[in-house]
Ligand binder design. Structure first.
Ligand SMILES: *Cc1c(COP(=O)(O)O)cnc(C)c1O
Length: 394
């Protein structure tokens, strides 16, 4: 009934909005159900030794998970997708491609957990990292020593929304015969498709926009090369951090509405970025959709728009502790990409695992506020920001 991942064709819909709904494996041929069933099973009966249906054990493969994996592969334009129990499990699986002595370059703004797993876990296996400014392709090229085996970037990056030229990174990696990895969490395939630029591996925390409702923790990986797909399938089955059938179903369900959610997220974010930029209390606004932003032109070339994450700093005469306790509609919480607006304090929350000195060096200041713009009415979000800023005057 279900095709194996390797047999899934990239359907090539004209428009991604249709692929979000009909892509991957659509429905259930046996009953005509328009939704893929939740195969809540760990194992599958075999009719004789060596005779199975193609499904043997749900760590290795589960039809609901396989549907999601086919869907994300198609959306990102890759050959194979893999679903994990969290974004970090997905990133860990990708990092398991490397061996002791290998070094991985990461961009100076990456998710705190990505830094932490390299700094505290993979370092024990002598897989090292170096933090580089990936926005500067020329200097980046000089950093590729023989032990460097991959470049891992986010664009726009967390939390300063810095933009890296993905096509240039892919070319540089190819030139040096190393892998290029993009964490596409902030953009989703609806806004940016790194594989089209020659990137080897795309990872997602699907907990964020793909899930979209702050109710599921999950991670996805897409690759565009058969050999790499085989190795990742082996790692996924060997290390076992797979996504369960119910969460796989939830993600398939959420992805159907990704385009309408993202359109509203972005429309709201564009208005809020301008509001913040014109506000007398605001010292800096970081949003790649503003013409004044670092990397605006590059982002415009490689992504549909600037996305819906905004970071900003208030002037010194505002007390940000009071700001955080004054927001009402907007929730103070980790995470992002849900339908509800969220604010967080990167220095003490999402990026607390990065040492103070490094945070200062890469610009994650104590005054930085990160806003995940939800899909509420934009006037209500702005009104909440306005009252919270007023409350926080020292
Ligand atoms: C949240 C996040 C992760 C980690 O994903 P989890 O699902 O929380 O494990 C990785 N990268 C980025 C950019 C994130 O925002």
């Amino acid at each position: 009934m279900f095709k194996k991942i390797s047999e899934v064709m990239i359907m090539g819909y004209k428009h991604i909005e249709s692929a979000l709904i009909h892509g991957g494996i659509y429905g259930d041929k046996q009953t005509g159900a328009v939704n893929v069933p939740i195969y809540q099973t760990s194992t599958y009966e075999q009719s004789g030794l060596g005779q199975n249906t193609g499904w043997e054990y749900s760590r290795t493969g589960n039809p609901t998970r396989a549907s999601l994996e086919a869907l994300i592969a198609e959306l990102e334009g890759g050959k194979a997708g893999f679903a994990f129990g969290s974004g970090m499990a997905a990133i860990t699986a990708v990092l398991s491609l490397f061996q002791s002595g290998d070094k991985i370059i990461i961009s100076s703004n990456v998710y705190g957990g990505t830094f932490r797993v390299l700094d505290k876990i993979f370092s024990s296996f002598d897989i090292t990292y170096s933090i580089e400014d990936t926005t500067n392709i020329e200097t980046l090229g000089n950093k590729i020593t023989p032990d460097v085996k991959a470049i891992l970037v986010e664009s726009p990056a967390n939390p300063l929304l810095t933009v890296t030229d993905l096509r240039a990174v892919a070319e540089l990696a190819k030139k040096h015969h190393i892998l290029s990895i993009v964490d596409n969490t902030f953009m989703t395939p609806y806004l940016q498709r790194p594989i089209e630029f020659g990137i080897d591996i795309v990872v997602h925390s699907a907990t964020k926009y793909l899930g979209g409702h702050s109710d599921v923790v999950s991670g996805l990986v897409v690759v565009n090369d058969e050999k790499l797909a085989e190795r990742l399938a082996f790692i996924q089955n060997s290390t076992g951090g797979v996504l369960g059938p119910f969460d796989s179903f939830l993600l398939i369900r959420s992805i159907k509405t990704l385009s309408v959610r993202m359109d509203r997220h972005v429309k709201n974010a564009e208005k809020i970025a301008v509001y913040l930029q014109n506000h007398e209390a605001v010292k800096n606004v970081y949003y790649p959709g503003l013409a004044t932003a670092q990397g605006y032109d590059i982002n415009k070339r490689q992504a549909k728009n600037g996305g819906a994450m905004i970071s900003f700093e208030l002037y010194e005469n505002y007390d940000i502790k009071r700001f955080f306790s004054s927001v009402k509609l907007i929730a103070l919480a980790e995470s992002l990409g849900g339908v509800e607006s969220l604010v967080c304090h990167p220095a003490s929350m999402t990026h607390a695992s990065i040492p103070y000195e490094i945070r200062q060096k890469v610009g994650i200041t104590e005054g930085l506020i990160r806003l995940s713009v939800g899909i509420e009415n934009v006037e209500d979000i702005i009104a909440d920001l306005e009252q919270a800023i007023k409350e926080s005057v020292k």
